[in-house]
Design a protein around this ligand. Structure first.
Ligand code: CMC
Length: 429
C-alpha cells in the first residue's frame, strides 16, 4: 500500500499524488501544485480555528480527546497528580524526563533563587488602580519584565534561555500574589524560600502579622495538584499565541504576555471565573432546570465549565479535580455553590442536548469552587491558571525555537473585501 493520496481535480481533470506521512498527515503546501491555470496561486485549505491543522511537531503533551487521555512526556496525568509535585512535573515538561534526586534539588534551588521581584517592578505594580483585574496586572507585568531583563533577547543562547525560564517559573507566583495583595490594599509578603512552590505562594498571598506563615498541608497539596493539572495542554489558544509570537523571535516575556492575554478570555482560562459567576447567578438548585432550558434555547447562554474542543468523552483533569474538591472542603467547609454545580452536572449528563454534543464537565467546572473555598477571589482564578501554565508555555516556546522547521507564523486569508478602486477626494464622498 502506497503512503500517498491521489487527488483528482474535477475542474481540470488532472490527477496529483501527494505523500501521506506519519499515518495520516499531508503537507498543506503540497496542495499548492493543484492549479486551474498557471496564474492560479494553487489550492489551499480554509481552517479558521485550526480545527484540523497541525501547526507544529511536539514531544511534550499527548491528548486523546475521544479516550480522555492526557499525558505529559508519556506519563498519565492521574499518576502525576497522585505522585508528583508541581516542580517535579515542571522539570519533566521542560526536560522530557523525571529528574533524579540531585537534578530535582538543583532545579528547585534554581527556581527558588529567582522568586523575588525587582523593587521597581513593585513600584510599577503599585501604579495600577486599586480595582485593576489581577489578570490584567499579571500579563502587563510579565510583559514589563522584558524591559528589566534585556538579556532575554538572546533567545538562541542556551544559558540566557535557561535563566529566563527559571525567572519566569519562579516569579509568576510572586507577581500573582502581589497583584492580589495590591487589590486588597495589603502590603506585599516576601517569598519564603523554606517553603514549597505552592506553600510559598500561599504564604505570599495570605500571611498577615505572624513571623512565619503556617501552611495547611491539605491546601498546599491541593494547589500543587491543580498546578500539575494545568501545567500544559498541547496546542491550546494561549500556547499557540506563545508559539506564534515567539516565532517572530520576540523575547520570552513579550511572548508570554501575549499568551497570558489569550488565557484571559472567558472561553479559555477565564472559564472558571465564568463558572462561579454562573453558579452565583443561578443562585439555588430550584433555578437549575430553568437555566438549563435557557442554555438549550440557544440564546447564547452557555453552561460554563462544560464542553471542550478536544475532549469528547471526558476531561481527565475534571475527575481528579472533583476528588481534590472534596479533600479541600474537609478543611474549608463545603462551598455553598457545590450543590448547584452537582445538580447542573447531574442534569446535563442525562440531557440529550449535552449528551449528543458530547459536552462533559471540563477542568474548570470544579476548580473555581476549590479556589473560592481556599479564599481566592474569582478574579484570581485565571491568574492561578497562568502560574501553572507558565512551564507549558516556556517549554513549548523553546521547542518551537529549536525546531529546524520553524518559520515566522503567517497564515493565509481568503480576501473578501473591495476590488481595486481609485481614491475618492473628500469633496466627492
Ligand atoms: N454550553 C452549551 N452548549 C455548548 C457548550 C456549552 N458550554 N459548549 C459547546 N456547546 C454547543 C454549541 O452551542 C454547539 O452546538 P450546535 O452544534 O447546536 O451549534 C456545539 O455544542 C459545539 O460547540 P462549539 O462551540 O462548536 O465547540 P468548540 O469546540 O468550538 O468549543 C469550548 C469549545 C470549550 C469553547 C466550548 O465548549 C465552550 O464555550 N465551553 C464553555 C467555556 C469553557 O468551559 N471553557 C473552558 C475550556 S477548558 C479550559 C481550557 O482549556 O481553557
Amino acid at each position: 500500500m502506497a503512503d500517498t493520496l491521489t487527488i483528482t481535480d474535477n475542474r481540470t481533470g488532472k490527477q496529483y499524488e501527494v505523500p501521506v506521512a506519519e499515518g495520516g498527515v499531508i503537507r498543506a503546501t503540497d496542495l499548492r501544485q493543484i492549479k486551474t491555470d498557471k496564474d492560479d496561486a494553487g489550492l489551499m485549505t480554509y481552517d479558521p480555528a485550526f480545527m484540523n491543522t497541525a501547526a507544529c511537531r511536539s514531544r511534550i503533551t499527548y491528548i486523546d480527546g475521544d479516550k480522555g487521555i492526557l499525558e505529559y512526556r508519556g506519563y498519565p496525568i492521574d499518576q502525576l497528580a497522585e505522585h508528583s509535585t508541581y516542580l517535579e512535573t515542571a522539570y519533566l515538561i521542560m526536560f522530557g524526563e523525571l529528574p533524579t534526586d540531585a537534578q530535582l534539588k538543583t532545579w528547585t534551588q534554581d527556581i527558588t533563587l529567582h522568586t523575588m521581584l525587582h523593587e521597581n517592578i513593585k513600584k510599577l505594580m503599585e501604579g495600577y488602580q486599586y480595582d485593576a483585574h489581577p489578570m490584567g496586572v499579571f500579563l502587563s507585568t510579565v510583559g514589563a519584565f522584558s524591559t528589566f531583563y534585556p538579556d532575554a533577547k538572546q533567545i538562541f543562547d542556551e544559558q540566557s534561555r535557561k535563566k529566563q525560564i527559571h525567572r519566569l517559573i519562579a516569579k509568576v507566583p510572586t507577581i500573582a500574589a502581589y497583584a492580589y495583595r495590591h487589590s486588597i490594599g495589603r502590603p506585599y509578603n516576601n517569598p519564603d524560600n523554606d517553603l514549597s512552590f505552592s506553600g510559598n505562594f500561599l504564604n505570599m498571598l495570605f500571611k498577615m502579622t505572624e513571623l512565619k506563615y503556617k501552611v495547611n498541608p491539605v491546601l498546599e497539596r491541593a494547589l500543587d495538584i491543580l498546578f500539575i493539572l494545568h501545567a500544559d495542554h498541547e496546542q491550546n489558544c494561549s500556547t499557540t499565541a506563545m508559539r506564534v509570537i515567539g516565532s517572530s523571535q520576540a523575547d520570552p516575556y513579550s511572548a508570554m504576555a501575549g499568551a497570558a492575554a489569550a488565557l484571559y478570555g472567558p472561553l479559555h482560562g477565564g472559564a472558571n471565573e465564568a463558572v462561579l459567576r454562573m453558579l452565583k447567578e443561578i443562585g439555588s438548585i430550584d433555578n437549575v432546570p430553568g437555566f438549563i432550558k435557557r442554555v438549550k434555547g440557544g440564546e447564547g447562554t452557555r453552561l460554563m465549565g462544560f464542553g471542550h474542543r478536544v475532549y469528547k468523552s471526558y476531561d481527565p483533569r475534571a475527575k481528579i479535580i472533583k476528588k481534590t474538591a472534596y479533600e479541600v472542603f474537609e478543611v474549608t467547609g463545603k462551598n455553598p455553590l457545590l450543590d448547584i454545580a452537582l445538580e447542573l452536572e447531574r442534569i446535563a449528563l442525562e440531557d440529550e442536548y449535552f449528551v449528543s454534543r458530547k459536552l462533559y464537565p471540563n477542568v474548570d467546572f470544579y476548580s473555581g469552587l476549590i479556589y473560592q473555598a481556599m479564599g481566592f477571589p474569582v478574579e484570581m482564578f485565571a491568574v492561578l491558571f497562568a502560574i501553572a501554565r507558565t512551564v507549558g508555555w516556556v517549554a513549548q516556546w523553546e521547542e518551537m525555537l529549536l525546531d529546524p522547521e520553524t518559520k515566522i507564523a503567517r497564515p493565509k486569508q481568503l480576501y473578501e473585501g473591495a476590488t481595486t478602486r481609485d481614491y475618492i477626494p473628500m469633496s466627492n464622498r
